[in-house]
Ligand binder design. Structure first.
Ligand code: FES
Ligand SMILES: [Fe+2]
Length: 407
């Protein structure tokens, strides 16, 4: 373990307005400290309730050094357990998803009920209490059908307090009545913080994300390319906001909620004139979500903590979860949500649905990986954030404050 003195030295050496020193992006000791002090307690979006519709349906998630199984129990409740047998620790569920009446460890045959209680063991000494050998629980909370898990529930933020202020931004999409139309994973050879910094800035968008830029007018306005884009976007945004307001839709950004070190925020913005949704040419992709009512050229985005992001346009939603594997590897899991009754091939085309964000994420993966290659090389020294990277700069300051507070 890197000593707290060394970590303190690195934190003290940080210059406000610059990115982090190399060890923060590379060292396993720092990653281990992040897991226990910062990320472990936080609510992590691991999936959607529609992935496990029936009692006994389960899926597994590996992240932050933990293995977790999420299962729908007999009372329709959703539980999350460490996917680790209480005998000698074998991985219990080996498949990424499935259905089980009972979880049985194939090593020596101990089995567990869907509630996590030990169901059966053999040849154990007198005096051991089976009740003490149930599966270890993670915290679980549901937000608009999204399943959030905390690995360290006793230190988890109060979920109601964290999520209540953003609920009004999401209600009209009725995400709990959605289904997962597509799921794709992107294994990124980079520290999770490089993924988050990338996610939080669009300084890189204009030259690297043609598909995203085509449907998001703010990119050219921010870049002043062409200079007239600034006034054009401002005028468009005013008309759009007035129109949204007349339909009773809240626009703009929510307050930034912070509970026990975890952040939550949401906001609703315009796409680009005439773009109904984030698709190749801006034309609709799927039936309207929830109570949206019309293709209104809007996008709602939000974060739950550092690792979980949600985006919704009129006809689909996208969840993005960054699962840190270790100090140098991150798995991004993306799920595209559409109305539950929508039928693939009739109401939406999966490839068309995924197009903009799949292209954009493949581009981001490359950018994040060249960033990782550079910060891991000898010549790297931290550099200054631009005026278009204020959220990334803010993330780094908040991250360091949490790390410092944990020492
Ligand atoms: S490790 Fe699971 S039964 Fe032995
Ligand atoms: Fe990007």
């Amino acid at each position: 373990m890197r000593s707290s003195t060394e970590l303190r030295y690195l934190i003290d050496g940080h210059r406000r307005g610059e990115n982090l020193a190399a060890p923060f992006y590379l060292h396993e000791e720092i990653f281990a400290h992040e897991v226990s002090a910062v990320l472990g307690p936080q609510w992590l979006m691991v999936g959607h309730a529609s992935l496990i519709p029936k009692p006994g349906d389960y899926f597994t998630v590996d992240a932050l050094g933990a293995a977790v199984v999420i299962v729908r129990g007999g009372n329709d409740d959703i539980n999350a357990f460490h996917n680790v047998c209480r005998h000698r620790g074998a991985r219990l569920c080996e498949d990424a998803s499935g259905h089980a009446a009972l979880f049985r460890c194939r090593y020596h045959g101990w089995s567990y009920k869907l509630s996590g209680e030990l169901a059966a063991w053999r040849h154990m000494p007198e005096g051991l209490d089976p009740a003490a050998y149930g599966l270890r629980r993670c915290g679980v909370t549901l937000f608009e059908g999204l399943i959030l898990v905390s690995l360290l529930p006793e230190a988890a933020p109060d979920a109601a307090k964290l999520l209540a202020p953003v609920r009004e931004y999401w209600e009209r999409y009725d995400l709990s009545a959605c289904k997962v139309a597509a799921e794709r994973t992107y294994d990124i050879t980079a520290n999770w913080k490089l993924c988050i910094e990338n996610n939080l800035e669009c300084y890189h968008c204009l030259p690297n994300h043609p598909e995203y830029t085509a449907v998001n007018a703010f990119v050219r306005a921010d870049e002043r390319v062409p200079p007239a884009a600034v006034d054009e976007f401002a005028a468009y945004q005013r008309t759009w906001a007035a129109d949204m307001g007349s339909h009773g839709v809240r626009t703009g950004r929510s307050e930034l909620v912070e509970v026990a070190g975890q952040l939550c925020r949401a906001g609703t913005w315009p796409l680009a004139p005439g773009k109904c949704t984030a698709s190749r040419d801006g034309s609709p992709l799927a039936p309207l979500l929830g109570r949206v009512g019309r293709y209104d050229e809007s996008v709602t985005t939000g974060c739950i903590g550092f690792l979980s992001y949600v985006m919704a346009t009129s006809d689909y939603a996208l969840t993005v979860t960054y699962l840190p594997v270790d100090a140098r590897r991150t798995r991004a899991v993306m799920r595209w949500l559409v109305r539950r009754e929508a039928v693939a091939g009739r109401d939406y085309d999966v490839d068309a649905l995924c197009y903009v964000w799949d292209e954009t994420t493949k581009q981001d993966k490359q950018l994040i990986e060249i960033n990782a290659a550079g910060v891991g090389a000898m010549g790297f020294v931290p550099g200054p954030y631009s005026l278009l990277e204020t959220l990334a700069a803010d993330f780094v300051e908040r991250y360091l404050a949490l790390m410092q507070a944990s020492l």
